[in-house]
Design a protein around this ligand. Structure first.
Ligand code: TMP
Length: 203
């Protein structure tokens, strides 16, 4: 390296994007690639499969009060972080399909007309209580295109409406600034994106 600076491998990586942006497919492939190369890696996701996570899924389906939904997503994450910390402490690479930026973008959109600056409010509520990722990949795709990809799914969640996803998309772009974020074109070939993510993680 020309600068002589030593780059460290990333350990906690999150995958973000609107529904249909490809993050679940890509996080799985990145996981498989790391595993096949001998890395000790875990793939996890939010909402989790715990009791709180299941309650969160109910909140989405029944279109609960947005404040209840927001608090429950954050509670699920705080609890999830205890498990993530255990994995990180023993040296595992942790990949997480959706994390904090999902709450800031989705619940930020839900709370848009209810409080002033909901994203800031949600960030302040959770940032000191969760683990900061080393890298967050944001898969960028136009909501119209992402909806076209997922319209065949049997059960679409209420968030998967164009007008709502447009707001979520805007929020994602607004908050994904700074060195932690790497924005990727979600319309590129999967193999190409997986390769970028893999190389970025192992440096
Ligand atoms: P999934 O499709 O990735 O399983 O996520 C289910 C839905 O939950 C998806 O529409 C995004 C939404 N969601 C939030 O609204 N806030 C959050 O914090 C998370 C993690 C997911």
């Amino acid at each position: 390296m020309e600068t002589g600076e030593k780059k460290e491998m990333k350990q906690f990586i999150t995958f973000e994007g609107i529904d249909g942006s490809g993050k679940s497919t890509i996080s799985k492939e990145v996981y498989e690639k790391l595993k096949s190369e001998g890395y000790d890696v875990v793939l996890t996701y939010e909402p989790t499969d715990t009791m709180i996570g299941k309650y969160v899924q109910q909140c989405i389906k029944t279109q609960s009060d947005p404040f209840v939904t927001a608090f429950t997503f954050i509670a699920d994450r705080i609890q999830h972080c205890k498990q993530i910390k255990e994995w990180l402490d023993v040296g595992k690479i942790v990949l997480c399909d959706r994390y904090a930026e999902s709450t800031y973008s989705y619940q930020g959109a839900q709370l848009q007309n209810q409080i002033k600056n909901p994203i800031k409010w949600l960030q302040e509520l959770s940032e000191d209580r969760i683990i900061m990722p080393d890298r967050t990949f944001l898969f960028v795709i136009q909501p119209k295109e992402s909806l076209a990809r997922i319209k065949h799914r049997d059960e679409l969640v209420p968030f998967e409406r164009l007008s709502f996803l447009e707001k979520v998309h805007t929020n994602y772009l607004k908050i994904s600034k700074g060195e932690r974020f790497l924005k990727l074109d979600g319309t590129k070939k999967i193999d190409e994106i997986v390769d970028i993510c893999y190389k970025d993680i192992i440096q």
